[in-house]
Design a protein around this ligand. Structure first.
Ligand code: ADP
Ligand code: MG
Length: 652
């Protein structure tokens, strides 16, 4: 059943934020900065901009820490305002701009707003900025907060609204001393937390067991939300849950095998899920005799609200980007959540009535092992990108930038050193020409450098593709029931010796097949990811063009319409024919991303001697004759330290 316009309006009017509209307008009128706190689902993200647009005529910008939230919420607000998305209401996320000059409510990621400050450091386009979900304390949020600290005095007419889902807003109030803290009165119901008696050894298995238990013992109109850490364990949990239920049902209801389908609907929920599937999760089921089970990453923690949840199962972990100083790299790691996260997850069960949260950890873990709050990203990440951005924002003295939580001086110095070592800063600490060019790209320094070097090496077209393919989530689809088949298809694209060029190969074959979705399906490639790669290529190409225009000497070598250098189907894809492309790839990585072979088939980090394993999905995996040196794009930390997206770097 589709929601009618009337339904939508009625639902809207029930939201606590909607009801406080006038009060909020008053307090914003009287203060330049306001900190607004409200329960998840109270309508902060969807209602605040609509409320403010009554009084603020220019443009209202709302930043989100997650792309998926910007997109999903903008869609919802367009629906509420009964306009087409991309007109009055729009969104901008990296590589995707759905706004026009008439857009008045613009959702965007915090990274986008940060980039906009590069073009206009006064943000004249806006008269209101809402920094939504500031409690997430992403790196971009923190830089923006520092930026606003300086901007507010220069633009007395701009309003800054900071929202936070957790009660811990004191940090923001301290940072902006005169800012009032407005609390949206919300009604939440008590949630009973149930801990395990002993630590669980396998949270996936335990979550499934718990879910089946709840399902067999509670009314079907009580929905269940399970928190997992990432796309892989979300998908895995969905599959395992189905299997387990089939087993239980077939012994219990032998006479009625359809009963399962009539009683339960299982939905995965994560940020790279196609939009249509995401919408399904929000839709109420067409019967109260049916239970929704949503298995989600922490996007359901505060970013997106799913109504009607009665039971939450919390695995106690999430995936965090962690800077590992030992190896000097960022990596995504499964990490214990903080107490604040745990409370937030519990809270999802108490939106419409009293609920229960099953915590798959002991009470003493919660009390004595978990951090009170997640450590802000800025304190656990590689700062190079931020510093590059600060430098290009004209911040000379980055060491005294007003960070809300200043990173350790040592980390700042290390990052500055790194930027200098790849040639982006000169000896005085100023941006070099390379650094200035690099700051124009919404990419990390490695990828920027490859792209810029491709001009001189005459392989820009190839590198545009490779870099774009590296900027999207995994393109290879590996469904549960067809893993072997999918792996076989994947191997057909391998260009021995380089996973980067393998990606290029996938793209060129897709292009040769007229960008067909059928082709993708046949080869277990995710069509949507490929389309995104295409968008990204377009955007990066226009940035490339703008750089080359300012450089006549080099423009001779670069022609954005050139397509004939890409080999067609893989018959001729020998490694040696990619000499320049490979040189260019290798040139992008610093000493931190180099592996050195020791013995026949083992690698160690050139930086610190740490053992590195080739990931089984690498085209180099299992080769008899491994190159003495490799560069790699990513380090994956599981039980072992795997390197993925690898290219041979031996001297040519
Ligand atoms: P908050 O930002 O305070 O957490 P939101 O403004 O995101 O709250 O959500 C308010 C309400 O709007 C919630 O009940 C939520 O379920 C609903 N909502 C938000 N986005 C969507 C969507 N894309 N589809 C359906 N309902 C939505
Ligand atoms: Mg919100």
């Amino acid at each position: 059943i589709e929601e009618s316009y009337e339904d939508i309006q009625n639902k809207r009017k029930q939201l606590p934020a909607y009801k406080c509209g006038n009060e909020i307008l008053n307090i914003v009128r009287e203060n330049q900065v306001v900190v607004i706190v409200g329960e998840t689902g109270s309508g902060k993200t969807t209602q605040l901009p609509q409320i403010l647009s009554k009084e603020y005529g220019k443009k209202i910008g709302i930043t989100q820490p997650r792309r998926v939230a910007a997109l999903s919420v903008a869609t919802r607000v367009a629906q509420e305002m009964n306009v087409e998305l991309g007109t009055l209401v729009g969104y901008t996320i990296r590589f995707e701009d759905k706004t026009t000059k008439d857009t008045r409510i613009k959702y965007m990621t915090d990274g986008i707003l940060l980039r906009e400050t590069l073009k206009d450091s006064m943000l004249y386009e806006y008269d209101c900025i809402i920094m939504d979900e500031a409690h997430e304390r992403t790196l971009n949020t923190d830089v923006l907060l520092g930026f606003f600290k300086n901007l507010l005095a220069k633009r007395r007419d701009i309003k800054l609204i900071i929202t936070s889902a957790t009660m811990n807003a004191s940090k923001f109030v301290q940072f902006f001393p005169n800012a009032p803290n407005y609390i949206i009165p919300g009604r939440t119901f008590p949630v009973t937390n149930i801990y395990t008696r002993f630590p669980v050894s396998d949270y996936l298995e335990s979550a499934i067991q718990q879910c089946v238990k709840i399902h067999m013992s509670t009314p079907l109109n009580e929905d269940i939300l399970i928190f997992m850490t990432g796309q892989e364990d979300v998908e895995m949990a969905c599959g395992m849950l189905m299997e387990k239920l089939i087993a239980v049902y077939s012994s219990k209801y032998q006479e009625d095998p359809d009963k399962l389908q009539n009683e339960i609907c299982i939905f995965p929920f994560y940020s790279t899920l196609p939009q249509d599937s995401q919408k399904q999760v929000f839709k109420p089921l067409n019967s109260t005799n049916k239970r929704k089970v949503i298995v989600s990453t922490n996007i359901a923690e505060t970013s997106l609200t799913i109504d009607g949840i009665k039971h939450v199962i919390d695995c106690g972990y999430s995936k965090l980007k962690v800077y590992n100083p030992r190896i000097g790299l960022d990596s995504l790691q499964i990490t214990p959540i903080s107490q604040a996260n745990a409370q937030q997850r519990s809270g999802r069960a108490g939106r419409t009535g009293p609920g229960t949260c099953y915590r798959l950890y002991t009470e003493s873990t919660f009390l004595f092992e978990m951090y009170k709050e997640t450590i802000p990203e800025i304190q656990r990440t590689n700062l190079s990108n931020v510093l590059l951005m600060l430098k290009s924002l004209g911040v000379q003295d980055v060491l005294s930038f007003p960070f809300i939580d200043p990173p350790p001086k040592v980390t700042l110095m290390t990052s500055l050193y790194e930027l200098w070592s790849i040639g982006t800063l000169d000896n005085m600490g100023n941006l070099t020409k390379l650094g200035t060019q690099m700051a124009k790209f919404p990419l990390n320094p490695n990828l920027c450098k490859m792209l810029i070097n491709s001009i001189a090496l005459d392989c820009t077209e190839e590198l545009l593709i490779i870099v774009s393919m590296l900027s999207i989530p995994n393109i290879f689809y590996r469904p549960k029931n067809a893993e072997a088949e999918a792996d076989k298809e994947r191997a057909r694209f391998y260009v021995a010796g380089s996973d980067h060029i393998t990606l290029l190969n996938v793209y060129s074959q897709w292009r040769a097949n007229r960008y067909s979705s059928q082709w993708c399906k046949k080869h277990y490639i995710i069509y949507r990811s490929m389309q995104r790669a295409n968008d990204i290529i377009g955007q990066l190409r226009s940035i490339m063009d703008s750089i080359v225009k300012g450089n006549m000497r080099k423009s001779r070598r670069y022609n954005s319409n050139k397509t004939n250098t890409i080999l067609g189907i893989h018959d001729n894809n020998t490694f040696s024919s990619w000499k320049n492309v490979r040189k260019c790839i290798v040139s992008g990585y610093s000493y931190k991303n180099i592996g050195k072979r020791v013995g026949l088939n083992k690698y160690i980090s050139l930086q610190n001697g740490m053992p590195l394993q080739l990931h089984p999905t690498s085209s180099l995996f299992g080769l008899g004759d491994l190159p003495p040196y490799v560069v790699y794009h990513e380090l994956l930390l599981t039980t072992k330290e795997y390197i993925t997206v690898v290219t041979a770097a031996d001297p040519i």
